[in-house]
Design a protein around this ligand. Structure first.
Ligand SMILES: [Zn+2]
Length: 374
């Protein structure tokens, strides 16, 4: 029997972002024209809350531009500062031909270009996040743990900065078209549930594959919450991940550049702490008689930047002592991602062994409380 899904929440007042709603700044590659549309009735309001246009539909190739400090929509509407495109009667809005729930706001960026923001309820936002952050095949309980983590992360980051990126800088968000029945089910079965510590929603970071043990947030992120996310959690449930173990050969040139050294034959490398398998916090590299000591997290980021996956250090978890020659550094590693919080493949493996989402969350976020938002 088909299961009726929860109706869309009512739109907030023009210009308002209520609690539990998020702003996602949609990607604006300069080389592509910015276009918006509506497949049904719509209204457009200016920054003063005045209705400037309404209609029964808006072609999805309607261009938006900024001209002389004003937003130009199509050929008829010109407003200062910002405008809000609001769907009526169940219509769906589009940006660059992609469908988005709820409403779109257009502002002028610091560079004088249009900025398109999808403003929507957190539950609707998650419907466009879960399917691209975790595949349905991971199963309902793993998806529910992911839904709670993603909800917590988005509300925490949204409160801190005021808006979210639509990609890995926050969480990947694909709008309405990526939604799946099972991921929406996971969101609805955990509606309003977040992870909190001492009354604050935590930024519940998550990652693909921890490779045996998760990382402490303080070793990866600049200002993690206190009293939570500071334990390394053992996990062998991600062994079925394709990123459980890997080997990378890094050319001396790449290693020296990452370490901030002049390019020279590599001489030695040491790790602190030296225990392996594990996550060294510091890496010291000697090349051409010069020495550089850098955080392992920065080293990983620098050698991987702009590289195809086959050339990236997938994590900071090293499985065996690195091998070094004048020409190259060979690293055997485990896992993929920053290592903090929920291990997605681990959640999948743990769920297969019978763990429900509450148990999964308790494992990867020890000390955090699962609470229900009002
Ligand atoms: Zn794991």
């Amino acid at each position: 029997m088909a299961c009726a899904k929860a109706p869309a929440p009512p739109l907030p007042l023009v210009g308002e972002r209520p609690l539990g709603w998020v702003d996602v700044r949609l990607s604006m590659p300069a080389e592509q024209p910015a276009t918006i549309g509506s497949n049904g009735p719509f209204e457009i309001y200016d920054s003063q809350g005045l209705l400037v246009m309404e209609g029964s539909s808006l072609p999805e190739n309607t261009p938006i531009q900024v001209e002389e400090g004003e937003i130009l929509l199509g050929e008829r509407v010109r407003v200062a500062q910002s405008l809000e495109l609001r769907p009526l009667d169940g219509a769906t809005l589009t940006f660059r031909g992609q469908q988005y729930r709820s409403l779109l706001r257009i502002e002028i960026s610091d560079q004088g270009r249009p900025r398109v923001i999808n403003r929507l309820n957190i539950e609707d936002y998650l419907k466009g996040v879960l399917p691209v952050e975790m595949p349905d095949r991971f199963g309902l309980e793993a998806l529910k743990s992911q839904a709670v983590a993603a909800r917590s992360y988005a509300l925490s980051e949204g409160a801190r900065r005021g808006w979210l990126h639509p990609d890995v800088r926050s969480q990947v968000y694909g709008g309405k078209e990526v939604e799946t029945w099972l991921s929406t089910e996971a969101i609805e079965q955990t509606a309003g549930q977040v992870l909190a510590h001492e009354g604050q929603i935590i930024p519940a970071w998550f990652q693909s594959t921890c490779g045996g043990k998760t990382a402490r947030a303080a070793d990866v992120f600049p200002a993690p919450p206190e009293g939570v996310l500071h334990k390394q959690v053992p996990c062998s449930d991600c062994q079925h991940s394709g990123s459980w173990s890997w080997t990378r050969t890094l050319d001396a040139e790449v290693v020296c550049e990452a370490a901030g050294l002049p390019v020279a034959p590599l001489e030695s490398i040491s790790l602190e702490p030296p225990y392996l398998p594990g996550r060294p916090e510091w890496i010291t590299i000697t090349a051409g008689g010069l020495e550089s000591r850098i955080p392992a997290v920065n080293f990983r980021e620098r050698v991987s930047r702009g590289q195809p996956r086959a050339k990236q250090l997938l994590s900071t978890r090293w499985a065996a002592p690195p091998r070094i020659s004048p020409e190259a550094l060979v690293v055997q590693g485990q896992g993929w991602g920053h290592g903090v919080g929920l291990c997605q493949y681990g959640a999948n493996g743990y769920a297969r062994r019978g763990a429900g989402y509450r148990i999964i969350l308790r494992r990867y976020y020890p000390g955090a409380d699962l609470v229900q938002l009002l």
